[in-house]
Design a protein around this ligand. Structure first.
Ligand code: HXC
Length: 516
């Protein structure tokens, strides 16, 4: 291209071209060969067309003690743009420039957009693809990570923070995404670990691949570090756009209303038959979720991790809600360590960002056994209890079937400041299941009986009739109404409308001490 005659203008043109080229043709080709898009291609897909405004294109590092020069742009592209017309701040690491490694200037660019995001009150999105701390910069690179960690924590609960892991993410670098609200991982090229396979081999003599140690499958299914497993860059960026649509831009705003033209008073007669007559028979809670939400649109978080509890976003009457539901189809919907921690973090996110909570309950209790007890189910279960009690957003619960013991109280019961509590006629609200209860209360009688089995079953049935229903709780006012299942959607929407102006005072404190 022909540059104008002015020297500075000509120089600027050249500098821009050099910075935009990143690591150059060969490295871009290698990036594509690995199935990855370049940092700029990713921005094009994530943001509304033509909306990206770049900062610090010309910023380069000071060079380093090994005598190497600085790199134009320093391996990261930063700025802001819009997603469906709403502003977001963004950084996109460029693996074609020194492996996207993070040094002083690279970090300063990221910190600048993070500071802007908090000041302006808009989400920050990080597209991570980096070899980690830039080795040549030594302790400056470590200090540079520290600056980002500070900002992750200070921005937490102020603006939504989203991380996409689209390539390597290793060492201490993993802690920045881990502190953000949502982590997407691209299945294949991405991995996260504190120490890589080589160190694992040296220390533990174990052979393990990058993917088996810290791939998207591992973090999406086993560790729970990642919230979304996505098959490629394109789907990842589309999914981020979808998530942003459910969220407010900051903690002082409400999420945007989106009218999906789904009638508010729509009923679903099939729901009257959802809960099977046999209490041991399972069913899929997603049938209810899809039935009640606007347009059957549910964005599930951590869909492959702790599947016995479902967490995600949907809309009711156009308004974003955070949905937490036991899943009877997986481990009977029991609360275990992973399920408690998963739901607790989700509840806290929603509460921080003014998103009302809807809780659908069918829970037999906390998972028994030494594995769970020794793993700290007391501590982890307490997280969920703590998170619900702390939440001041509008809160609604519907009990479908089992709500036993401590799990009844923990799952957003009236006793821990839930606003509206409904139960279906099929609800069983009791200290424990009928059989277990009969075994305890009538132990002596059963032992002495000539036919213990018959005596147990007779008392089980008697207990079921007396306690395993929603009516005692309704008589006490712990349940506000026993509702027709088919009308659940309408009742939830009316309750949300009614709760719109909810405010709650909190006593002064520096911060609470959630059992971590
Ligand atoms: C400097 C780096 C780099 C790094 C990669 N490069 N990582 N340069 N510092 N951390 C450079 C490579 O030298 C290479 O340059 C170019 O980037 C591309 O890297 P390749 O190795 O060719 O790519 P690939 O084969 O895809 O392998 C990617 C990789 C590997 C697995 C990430 O590069 C690697 O192991 N890098 C080092 C990772 C690491 O140990 N990082 C420190 C983690 S600890 P040339 O010019 O040769 O093409 C950490 C601590 C954070 O980050 C602490 C926070 C508190």
């Amino acid at each position: 291209m022909d540059w104008p005659a002015n020297d500075n203008l000509r120089a600027l043109g050249g500098m821009r071209e050099e910075a935009v080229a990143g690591g150059g043709g060969q490295r871009v080709a290698e990036q594509h060969q690995k199935g990855k898009l370049t940092a700029r291609e990713r921005l094009d897909l994530l943001l509304d067309e033509g909306s990206f405004e770049e900062f610090d294109l010309l910023k380069s590092g000071r060079g380093n003690s090994l005598g190497e020069r600085g790199y134009p742009g320093d391996g990261v592209i930063t700025g802001h743009g819009t997603i469906d017309g709403r502003e977001v701040y963004i950084f996109s690491q460029d693996f074609t420039v020194v492996g996207g490694s993070l040094g002083e200037a690279h970090s300063q660019k990221i910190c600048k957009v993070m500071d802007h995001a908090v000041r302006v009150g808009v989400p920050i999105i990080g597209l991570n693809d980096s070899g980690g701390a830039r080795i040549q910069e030594g302790v400056d690179a470590l200090a540079a990570y520290g600056e980002i960690f500070n900002r992750n924590v200070l921005a937490s609960g102020v603006v939504p923070q989203i991380s996409c892991i689209m390539g390597p993410c290793a060492g201490g670098a993993v802690y920045s995404p881990a502190m953000t609200d949502f982590v997407f991982m691209v299945d294949g090229p991405s991995y996260m670990f504190v120490t890589g396979p080589n160190v694992v081999k040296t220390v533990t003599h174990q052979d393990i691949s990058f993917d088996d140690l810290g791939g998207a499958g591992v973090h999406g299914r086993k560790s729970g570090v990642s919230h979304f497993i996505v098959p490629n860059d394109i789907i990842c960026l589309r999914a981020v756009r979808r998530l942003i649509n459910y969220l407010p831009s900051n903690n002082r705003q409400h999420a945007p209303i989106l009218d999906l033209s789904d009638p508010l008073d729509r009923t679903d007669p099939a729901l009257d038959f959802l809960v099977p007559p046999n209490p041991n028979q399972t069913y899929d809670m997603k049938i209810l979720i899809n039935s009640i939400l606007d347009g059957a649109e549910f964005l599930e978080i951590q869909a492959h991790f702790a599947r016995n509890i479902l967490c995600g976003f949907g809309r009711l009457g156009g308004q974003t809600i955070g949905l937490i539901a036991n899943q009877p189809a997986v481990l009977a919907g029991v609360l275990d360590i992973h399920a408690s921690a998963k739901a607790a973090r989700f509840v806290r996110f929603c509460d921080a960002f003014n998103i009302p909570l809807v809780c659908l309950v069918d829970v037999p209790g906390f998972m028994p056994g030494p594995e769970q007890e020794h793993g700290g189910i007391i501590r982890h279960g307490a997280k969920l209890l703590y998170a619900f009690v702390e939440a001041t957003v509008p809160r609604i619960t519907v009990i479908l079937r089992k709500a036993y013991g401590g799990a009844y109280v923990v799952m957003n019961s009236k006793h821990i400041r839930c606003d509206i509590n409904f139960a279906w006629p099929t609800a069983e609200i009791a200290v424990m299941g009928p059989k277990g209860a009969a075994e305890v209360i009538y132990r002596n009688e059963i032992r002495k009986s000539p036919d213990p089995e018959a005596t147990l079953s007779q008392h089980t049935e008697q207990y079921r009739r007396t306690f395993a229903n929603p009516f005692l709780a309704a008589q006490r006012g712990y349940i506000d109404d026993v509702i027709q299942p088919s009308e659940t959607r309408h009742r939830l929407i009316r309750s949300l409308q009614f709760l719109e102006g909810k405010t709650m005072e909190k006593p002064f404190r520096k911060h609470g001490n959630i059992p971590l």
